[in-house]
Design a protein around this ligand. Structure first.
Ligand SMILES: *Cc1c(COP(=O)(O)O)cnc(C)c1O
Length: 418
């Protein structure tokens, strides 16, 4: 059973002050989850989770994660600005970008961020624009050598990211000549992965690369970034990843591969977004129209502008009708937004309880890659974000957009005067 963050009564009370649609995040659950996650890795000295800011850039949530000991993973200028403003310092910022403008490298270096390079040519590029830092990370793309069990996950050879193995070797050699002293390897090969073997398989692959780098090329790796990718159970039938199992299987690989090679002191880090925030945010929306033609539609006051994943990936997001949690799912509906785009559907052919206009629906697992992906198509405005705090009170952590926000980037006076 997937649990709504709010009861119907809470949602009704809140919507009198902050009309739907809005996001609600559960502070208590976010904290409990990240504590458990970090505890699972406590065997590795120096372990750090760098929360992927792109998944949810709300400053209040980032502050909560900072209090819990997380760093941040940034990939743009504004993400760096935000992280700096929130007090993330030096080693607390990882800069894992790709196709990076010079100005962003310069800024990342100035902030003392740990810089992760996505291509061999970026070594000279970084050297020319900002200089090579003492510590540097390279992003590895192993091509089609990566398999979990028998199934090939995302196809790394089709991905735009990272360096090949040969480039990795030449890259570290070049970086060494240019004065770098501490080296890391980063790799991100599967997204939303519920397979508990993903991190262990990835770690095994990277650890073996590090041993070869040490033994054949005298390059010593001092940290690994396993990046993001742990999935969450979007569907009620999905199983939640057991992070203790994941971390202890990585430990096994660490002890089997790294320790005998004299690499027993290296630290690990991750850059999860979805796993850290996804399940603890929901999009709350009101049913405003019912329409019956060839199919039955429920029109809600949110649309793909507020949550793009169903339109973009046909992603499943569970929906609960508040107050009807235990009512039998007897009706087949499409739950749709108001964009002039036929993919603006939060659910297609979904069995739900009978819905009346005015019913409040909560769309689950929207805490990561939800609000953050929002856009303004059809002139639709982004909604508010609210935090359900540990004491049960609700705080507005981002107001909803107004037409003034939408028009803020055009100069009407100039147009009128022309
Ligand atoms: C998107 C991204 C992440 C986070 O991915 P999740 O699927 O949210 O865990 C981490 N690192 C990089 C470089 C990314 O692009």
């Amino acid at each position: 059973m997937k649990k709504p963050i709010l009861t119907l009564e809470q949602a009704r009370d809140i919507s009198k002050i902050y009309p739907t649609p809005f996001y609600i995040y559960d502070e208590k659950a976010i904290r409990a989850n990240i504590r458990e996650y970090l505890d699972a890795w406590s065997w590795n000295k120096g372990f750090k989770e760098y929360f992927a800011v792109k998944a949810n850039p709300n400053p209040v949530l980032l502050k909560i994660l900072r209090e819990e000991g997380c760093g941040v993973d940034c990939s743009s200028y504004t993400e760096l600005l935000l992280s700096d403003a929130l007090g993330f310092k030096n080693g607390e910022i990882f800069f894992s970008s790709n196709n990076t403008p010079a100005s962003e490298f310069v800024f990342a270096k100035r902030l003392g961020a740990r810089i992760n390079l996505d291509d061999f040519t970026h070594i000279d590029f970084l050297n020319d624009c900002a200089g090579i830092p003492k510590e540097i990370c390279l992003r590895f793309n192993p091509g089609n050598n990566f398999k979990i069990s028998t199934a090939i996950m995302d196809n790394p050879e089709d991905a735009k990211y990272g360096l090949t193995f040969e480039q990795l070797i030449e890259g570290f050699k070049l970086l060494k000549r240019k004065g770098a002293e501490r080296f890391g390897i980063h790799s991100f090969l599967a997204s939303n992965c519920l397979d508990e073997n993903y991190y262990p398989s990835l770690a095994r692959l990277l650890f073996k690369v590090a041993v070869e780098l040490k033994e054949s090329f005298d390059i010593e790796i001092s940290f690994f970034n396993l990046s993001g990718g742990i999935g969450i159970p979007y569907r009620p039938s999905d199983k939640r990843v057991d992070v203790y199992k994941v971390a202890s299987n990585v430990k096994k690989a660490y002890e089997e591969i790294l320790v005998p090679a004299g690499l027993g002191g290296v630290s690990l880090c991750t850059e999860l977004g979805r796993y850290v925030a996804g399940p603890y945010g929901q999009l709350v929306t009101t049913a405003v129209h019912k329409k019956d033609i060839y199919k039955s539609y429920i029109g809600v006051d949110a649309c793909a502008v507020n949550l793009m994943r169903p339109a973009m990936y046909r992603a499943y997001h569970h929906i609960t009708v508040l107050g009807k949690e235990d009512a039998p799912a007897t009706r087949l509906y499409d739950v749709v937004g108001s964009l002039c785009e036929n993919n603006d559907k939060f659910a297609i052919d979904r069995m739900l309880p009978e819905i009346s206009t005015g019913d409040i629906l909560t769309i689950h697992d929207a805490g990561a890659h939800g609000y953050a992906m929002g856009y303004n198509y059809n002139g639709k405005l982004k909604c508010a974000e609210l935090l359900l705090k540990e004491d049960g009170s609700v705080e507005l952590i981002r107001r909803r957009e107004t037409p003034a926000d939408y028009f803020a980037t055009v100069d009407f006076l100039k147009i009128f005067n022309e």
